[in-house]
Design a binder for this molecule. Structure first.
Ligand code: PEP
Ligand code: MG
Length: 885
């Protein structure tokens, strides 16, 4: 099978493999696509990811077949351009770049200007008519090739450049003339010989194959591995290699290079957005070495910047670029992120891909594009990543709060973050692991910093534009970022930073506003997010497309209110034990637990009844008209016991018994394996008076709210940790008995249901029996995961990380449901339960109810609803809609 595909010139793309993203990588496939719709793309070829995987697995040398294919494809470039690689009179130069299936910004290697040597540099000087350009290109090539392919320390070359400038009394690279570049090339070649004992490769074919090998190898570089792990990218995808004729943005003032987005990736505004530099090569823009200029006049004016925009400086090439933007958006029907070069007035496209965007921009673009007729509602719903909504649901800085502004940079990634200043990625990771909020402060970030950026709440850099590494990565991660803060300097030895005229030590707290670029001293208060506008529109479309209902896990009126604002359609889990910890009742709870007999327990429960009734009353008021699932007491009782001696004494005084007696009784409650011990319905069966009190509180509160407001809640009383039918039968009878008694006392009958959690493997297996007693099942997948895998959810932290790293689990099974194992039990429970009782209501209330992948599974097995914590409710609404599409 063919492993090399050409594009540009008269290359044909009829073979489906010639446009396959999985095979050619995103960059290669899109270059071919752009060429095929008539956009100006320099000719080139792509070596497939299959070949990379083969190379990495077999480690063998390249096959003759591959060498022959590459030679043929190189011929395509040479014929199209009319130059030959290695031709001393008129040399072809090529770039060699990586390109995986999904973009991994800056993670893998690139070599530019390949094909230069001591002879071709002379030819290039003559054909370009620019000697300075030729020698500058050659020194760039040696520098890049030595770093990427030969593995030499790039610091050595940078140092030599600095010394050359100093010796000549120059401040900037632009002052270096052809003589100086030529001298530096000699210097560079000497460094190569000194470092590797061999001269810089002069054979252009060796250069080419060296670069191809380096790109393949870079798939397994440390930073690429970290990036893959953070982004869930499989190690066996491999990268493609793109070899393409060079075009030069550094051939004088009529040449330029830039990156652009067809819409603003921060706000989603329909405005061309980007950065460019005249007389520069591509890497200069993204690396943040020179500060790039604005693309459009409006953007420049808005920022009151002086250097001319591309629109003003190169109106013709810019006009062509605008047309390309239009063509690309109508072709891909999505916002594109592109790289381009202008060589002596002629525009060339070097890359296009679907642009990364903030959650806010994703929403706005999705909604706008429906309005523009570019996409339909279903596409809009499918396009927004549910987890990205998280960025929008969290608070932003209170605009009215006082701000002690230290300085300002570019608003590179929105959101607000406060945290302690840390100066390097390792420190960021360490301190974040200890639970501290940190802000990573760097001169500029590189791919090596990625773990620290992930650990930090926010990122601040002194250099780099809106498309710098820091900005792109931060937006992708949803971390607020302020970049290019020119007033920022860092003293790494003293571990201090200077922002404007103020000096701060590492560890001092600052706040970043990624929307304005403000850097503030201390912590600034935040306000709640805006849920109307585009968010509201998209959620409405999502609601129209989903089948499953979305409820919330909440147990305070405030959380319930918040969840309703987020669109919750009921409560799927109210964990009553959380109510037992409140200060005004913990003493009565302890009295109940430590009582020697039923009489003592009942006395304590009598004190708890009004409190518990009050809790339910408040929740029912908020949730009137909606189902409210209340789970009766679940955790092992010793969790409520005092820990300290003085608490025991205080409690002993309150009950009027000796502290020693109390401690003895507490000792009796000790369990070796409490999570498999005396908990859940086992409490209700041994101490029925506890569940009786809770049931009474529920029904009294429900009757009171119904009498008060005319709108009754629909209580669903849920029995935890059921394994057998008989357990549920006992508890259901108890609840029904209490309900009848309360209804008689109150003179009012209410609708209610009794059901159970399915959180033990036996309960799933015996679902048809258990369904005889249950009006509903709620899958408690936290415990079901724990009991199915035999992994304690409280102790798993010690080894789960390693398990995921070594591929035992693709993801933490407590975060994303283990479809194969636990999922099978859920499926069984659903099938057997429904077969017995077709109207059985089915839901999930484990943490998985807020995880998009698990929600897709719930849709597949046909659950009626998912229940998620309040902030996850919108995520669940969108994920449920996507699952139903
Ligand atoms: C569960 O086990 O999934 C559940 C929701 O209950 P808890 O997390 O309270 O044990
Ligand atoms: Mg549970």
């Amino acid at each position: 099978v063919k492993q090399v595909y050409t594009f540009g010139g008269d290359a044909r793309h009829d073979d489906p493999r010639a446009r396959d993203k999985l095979l050619l990588g995103g960059k290669g496939a899109n270059l071919a696509e752009m060429a095929s719709i008539g956009l100006p793309v320099p000719p080139g070829f792509t070596i497939t990811t299959e070949e990379c995987v083969k190379y990495l697995n077999e480690g063998a040398d390249f096959s003759d077949a591959l060498r022959a294919e590459v030679a043929g494809a190189l011929g395509h470039i040479e014929k199209t351009v009319g130059k030959k690689l290695g031709d001393a009179a008129d040399p072809l130069l090529v770039s060699v770049r990586s390109g995986a299936r999904v973009s991994m910004p800056g993670m893998m290697d690139t070599v530019l200007n390949l094909g230069l040597n001591d002879e071709t540099v002379v030819g290039l000087a003559r054909t370009s008519g620019d000697e300075r350009f030729a020698w500058d290109s050659y020194r760039r090539f040696i520098q890049m090739y030595s770093d990427v392919v030969l593995g030499l320390d790039h610091g050595l070359f940078e140092e030599a450049l600095e010394i050359a400038k100093e010796d000549n009394g120059f401040l900037n690279d632009v002052e270096m003339g052809s003589k100086e570049w030529h001298a530096l090339v000699d210097e560079y070649k000497a460094i190569v010989v000194a470092e590797q004992g061999e001269p810089f490769p002069q054979d252009v074919n060796d250069q080419l194959w060296g670069a191809i090998r380096a790109v393949f190898d870079s798939w397994d570089s440390e930073r690429a591995k970290i990036y893959r792990r953070l982004n869930g990218i499989p190690a066996d995808w491999g990268t493609a290699v793109n070899v393409q004729a060079m075009v030069f943005g550094n051939m004088g003032e009529t040449s330029a290079t830039g990156v652009a987005f067809t819409r603003d990736p921060s706000t989603g505004e329909k405005a061309y957005y980007g950065e460019w530099l005249a007389n520069a090569q591509g890497e200069d823009v993204v690396a943040g070495i020179r500060t790039p200029q604005y693309l459009t006049r409006k953007a420049r004016e808005d920022a009151s910047a002086k250097p001319l925009s591309m629109q003003e400086a190169m109106p013709e090439a810019y006009g062509e670029l605008e047309q390309v933007f239009g063509t690309l958006e109508s072709h891909y029907r999505d916002m594109q992120d592109i790289e381009f070069t202008v060589e002596r007035g002629k525009l060339w496209m070097l890359q296009t891909r679907t642009g990364k965007r903030t959650a806010k921009a994703a929403l706005k673009m999705a909604v706008d594009m429906v309005g523009e007729g570019l996409i339909d509602e279903a596409t809009a719903v499918a396009r927004v990543d549910p987890m990205a909504l998280d960025q929008l649901l969290h608070p932003t800085l209170d605009p009215d709060a006082p701000r002690d502004i230290l300085g300002r940079g570019l608003p590179a990634s929105p959101g607000a973050a406060s945290g302690a200043i840390v100066l390097d990625a390792d420190t960021a990771e360490k301190r974040a692991e200890l639970g501290e909020a940190v802000i990573l402060v760097r001169i500029e970030t590189s791919p090596e910093d990625i773990h620290g950026m992930h650990a930090a709440k926010g990122i601040l850099t002194a250099r780099g534009g809106m498309t710098s590494h820091a900005a792109v990565v931060a937006r992708g991660m949803g971390r607020p970022c302020v970049s290019g803060a020119s007033g920022l300097s860092i003293d790494r030895n003293a571990r201090t930073v200077r922002i404007g005229h103020r000096e701060l030590r590492e560890g001092e707290v600052i706040t970043l506003d990624g929307a304005s670029g403000d850097i503030m001293a201390g912590e600034v208060p935040t306000i709640e997010p805006e849920l109307a506008g585009d968010f509201g529109t998209l959620m409405e479309w999502a609601d129209g497309k989903r089948r499953m209902r979305v409820r919330t896990n909440a147990e305070t009126p405030a959380d319930c209110r918040m969840a309703r604002q987020f669109g919750a359609e009921g409560i799927g889990l109210c964990r009553t034990e959380h109510m037992f910890f409140d200060e005004d009742r913990i003493s009565a709870v302890r009295q109940m637990i430590l009582a020697e007999n039923e009489k003592g327990r009942r006395a304590a429960l009598a004190k708890l009844l009004p409190e518990q009734r009050g809790d339910f009353h408040a929740i029912f008021e908020v949730m009137a008209g909606l189902p409210v699932t209340i789970r009766l007491l679940d955790p092992p009782l010793h969790e409520f016991l005092p820990q300290e001696d003085e608490d025991f004494e205080e409690l002993a005084d309150a009950i009027g018994i000796g502290a020693d007696t109390l401690k003895r009784r507490a000792g009796e409650l000790h369990e070796f394996n409490p999570m498999l011990g005396h908990r859940g319905c086992r409490l209700g069966i041994t101490y029925p008076e506890i569940y009786e009190m809770q049931a009474r509180a529920i029904f009294e509160a429900a009757c009171d709210v119904a009498a008060q407001s005319g709108e009754a809640p629909i209580p669903e009383v849920m029995i935890p940790l059921v394994a057998t039918r008989r357990e549920l039968e006992l508890m259901r009878t108890l609840v029904e008995r209490v309900a009848s008694a309360v209804f008689e006392e109150k003179g009012r009958e209410l609708d209610y249901h009794v059901g159970t959690m399915i959180e033990l493997p036996r309960a799933s297996l015996m679902a048809s029996e258990i369904a005889k007693e249950a009006a509903f099942f709620s899958f408690g997948t936290n415990d079901l995961t724990q009991t199915t895998l035999g992994i304690s959810r409280d102790d798993a932290g010690r080894f789960l990380g390693t398990y995921v790293e070594k591929g035992v689990f693709a993801r933490d099974p407590f975060v994303s449901i283990d479809r194969d194992g636990v999922g099978q039990l859920v499926r069984l429970g659903v099938e057997r339960g429904r077969a017995e009782r077709p109207d059985l209501k089915l839901g999930i209330c484990g943490e998985h109810g807020g995880d998009p992948a698990s929600i897709a599974f719930c849709e597949e097995v046909g659950l009626d609803y998912v229940s998620a914590s309040p902030y996850r409710v919108p995520i669940a609404r969108l994920a449920a809609a996507q699952a139903a599409l």
